[in-house]
Design a binder for this molecule. Structure first.
Ligand code: CUA
Length: 194
């Protein structure tokens, strides 16, 4: 049997295309900084994550020099902290987000970055990111969660180191309100477990 020359060219072209597809999928899965959400954050109470294990009162906790834990509670249709009250972290810090939902599936994405996870009821999603420069990031919910889904948003503000400590002192009286209760966070154990 003789295969026509054009036939051979197209067979080869089709095979190359298939290999390219496999290549892009492999690259996207293992080499582009993409990490699947696993269960390392542990489980928590489905309707009241704060009451369960592996999740703390929402807020920013200092866990070491330039290291912070941020506990974010997602619910229809806001982030606590994040919505109305931005999450403030200092530049040059390594931040581990612990995200939990108290009702339905939500998303937690810092727009324009690869910080992106799902918030599954009963599960604590953890992911760590470095924030080198002062900046501002919008938090968006990218999982449809109901009629207010399109309005579910928040903000992370990365402030200069100097401003961060200044701000914590200035707001010393309402540390719970702005979530930066670093005083208690200092000695606290890192139960969030990474
Ligand atoms: Cu929360 Cu969409």
């Amino acid at each position: 049997m003789e295969v026509h020359r054009f036939e051979k060219v197209w067979i080869v072209a089709a095979l190359v295309l298939v290999l390219l597809f496999i290549g892009t999928i492999t690259y996207g899965a293992v080499d582009a900084g993409v990490v699947m959400v696993d269960d390392s954050g542990g489980q928590t109470n489905t309707t009241d994550p704060v009451d369960g294990e592996n999740f703390r009162e929402p807020g920013v906790y200092r866990t070491g020099e330039d290291e912070y834990d941020v506990y974010v509670l997602a619910q229809r249709f806001s982030y606590q902290p994040g919505t109305g009250q931005p999450i403030r972290i200092p530049a040059g810090s390594t931040v581990t987000f612990h995200v939990a939902s108290k009702d339905v599936l939500h998303g937690f994405e810092l727009a324009g970055t690869n910080v992106n996870t799902m918030a599954i009821p009963g599960q604590v999603a953890t992911l760590t990111a470095e924030f080198d420069e002062p900046d501002q990031y919008g938090i968006i919910c990218n999982e449809y969660c109901g009629e207010g889904h399109h309005e579910m948003a928040g903000e992370v503000i990365v402030v200069p180191q100097s401003e961060f400590s200044a701000n914590t002192t200035a707001n010393g009286t309402n540390t719970t309100a702005n979530g930066t209760n670093t005083m208690t966070g200092d000695t606290a154990t890192t139960t969030g477990g990474t």
